[in-house]
Write a protein that binds this ligand. Structure first.
Ligand code: SF4
Length: 502
């Protein structure tokens, strides 16, 4: 049961059939439209303008679709004046309306808990981005990167947003302002800036002329190598990217990378997959940020499923962010331990392509700090002891030099540091069982061919294993012994048949 299920006292979610560490994946389904939109013609449904015009933007509208208690309604109405709300019909239709704990709902629908600051640690600007702004809207924190806030507008207002202080500001502006020009000038005057992140709000909500101004002005600066567009449009309103003019604009700049933001496997719909494919085909790498959110994705099962689904649409999981202590979003924060537990269950268990870097964006503008479980267990003058995902402890020569440690009677990890042993292998790992079977199968084949000539054995492509050859395997386990016995019996039967001409 995930932490969020326990908290919400929900029944445990159905397990996704685990056989030898393999999970069954649900293929992405097409979102079902809520009944009120079922008769909307596809041309309208697939039109981003229609989606924006029909977005749910008030608590009054929300009440038509979802049930709330009276207390919740009064809290939400009070919140409404402070925090904006927008949920396009496409994204709303991903919500299971009967589940108050639905992970899509939690991201999009306001909660009375936004009035709380559970730890007292929440801040308006927890990353102190505003303090690192040499010109309004541009944060210059890292040596070679700059972040440009291009708009306050988003297609959907995420309830956990780190920049709530900005995205919740009412109104936007369509014209290119003096501040916009100042940001471009700053980048031009700072040759150390090589990577510019156009963010917001969501830059893909900008009118095309203003977006063109940012993309083309930044891309035209010779020392800028990368223009990153931070956008949740592929997740919350993929129809915006059905617009070829927008895709062409982004592609023509040639330096554009897309930084998107999927948080849950159910967000990876055929529509989202389609636009990611369009972006990739147009030559733009697509990377993903996920924010670790209580109740949304704070379980290993959900996170594995999300990372695998991202790989299937060729989107590279890039960062897993620990949720920032933002005013009004404290209820989304998990412990750091939860993040480490999830990383422990990802690394080694699935393709490295699907492993994001887990980061804490630190207070005081310290920037992103990566966290991961410890893989370095111990060290000496000669070697280090490393741990793999199975719990195997391995001695690794720290540098190429003769050993300096004089062996002493000892045990455990200390033995590895002494160099008396090279690994401590846990019992019953799948890998060691497989290895032992390979060794036994090779032995059986070698025995089978021992009556024949040695060249024949070599011709089979399987070199015989001499009885004395060390295998590096732990002691035999009952299951393996049984399987090995079966392999040996089969080989003996084959041999007997051969001898008798059968
Ligand atoms: S899309 Fe990004 S900027 Fe906009 S509300 Fe969501 S997290 Fe914040």
């Amino acid at each position: 049961m995930s932490e969020s299920d326990q908290r919400a006292a929900l029944p445990p979610r159905a397990s996704q059939g685990h056989v030898l560490g393999v999970e069954e994946e649900e293929p992405p389904g097409s979102p079902k439209r809520w009944p009120c939109w079922k008769d909307v013609p596809d041309e309208l449904w697939n039109d981003w303008r229609w989606q924006s015009q029909n977005a749910i933007r008030s608590v009054r509208q929300l009440r038509r679709f979802l049930s709330f208690t009276d207390e919740e309604i009064s809290a939400l109405e009070a919140l409404e004046t402070e925090y904006k709300l927008a949920i396009p019909p496409y994204y709303a239709s991903l919500i299971h309306p009967d589940d108050p704990h639905d992970p899509i709902r939690l991201q999009a629908v306001p909660s009375p808990r936004e009035c709380e600051n559970p730890s007292g640690y929440e801040l308006e600007d927890p990353l102190e981005e505003d303090k690192d702004m040499p010109v309004p809207g541009l944060t210059h924190r890292y040596p070679d990167r700059a972040l440009v806030v291009t708009t306050h507008v988003c297609t959907m207002y995420c309830r956990f947003c780190t920049r709530k202080r900005a995205t919740m500001v009412r109104g936007g502006w369509d014209a290119i302002s003096r501040d916009d020009e100042r940001m471009i000038e700053y980048i031009r005057e700072h040759p150390e800036i090589r990577d510019v992140i156009l963010s917001g709000g969501d830059p893909l909500t900008l009118p095309l002329p203003r977006l063109r101004f940012f993309v083309e002005s930044v891309a035209a600066i010779p020392h800028v190598d990368v223009v990153r567009i931070g956008t949740r449009v592929p997740v919350t309103l993929p129809m915006r990217l059905y617009d070829q003019e927008l895709v062409d604009l982004l592609a023509s700049a040639e330096k554009v990378w897309i930084q998107t933001h999927f948080n849950h496997p159910r967000e990876i719909t055929p529509e989202a997959a389609r636009v990611c494919k369009t972006l990739l085909r147009a030559g733009m790498p697509v990377n993903n940020h996920t924010v670790l959110l209580k109740g949304v994705n704070d379980s290993l099962e959900t996170m594995r499923s999300l990372m695998r689904a991202l790989l299937r649409i060729k989107v590279r999981p890039y960062y897993l962010f620990h949720c920032d202590p933002v005013m009004g979003a404290g209820h989304f924060r998990t412990s750091i331990w939860k993040g480490l537990e999830i990383m422990e269950g990802l690394r080694g268990h699935m393709s490295g392509l699907g492993i994001p870097t887990y980061v804490v964006d630190s207070p005081h503008g310290g920037g992103k700090i990566p966290l991961m479980p410890n893989y370095l267990v111990s060290a000496s003058d000669d070697s280090v002891v490393l741990r793999n995902y199975e719990g195997m402890l391995i001695r690794y020569q720290a540098e190429d030099k003769p050993a300096t440690i004089k062996p002493t009677a000892t045990r455990g990890v200390s033995l590895l540091l002494q160099g008396t042993k090279t690994a401590l292998v846990p019992e019953n790992t799948e890998r060691m069982k497989r290895r032992r079977l390979i060794v036994l199968a090779n032995k059986a084949k070698a025995n089978e061919s021992c009556d024949s000539s040695r060249p024949a054995a070599l011709a089979s492509g399987v070199p015989p294993v001499p009885p004395s050859e060390p295998t590096g395997l732990p002691d035999k386990e009952p299951v393996v012994v049984a399987v090995a016995a079966a392999v040996a019996t089969k080989a003996a039967t084959r041999r007997r048949k051969k001898v008798s001409g059968g």
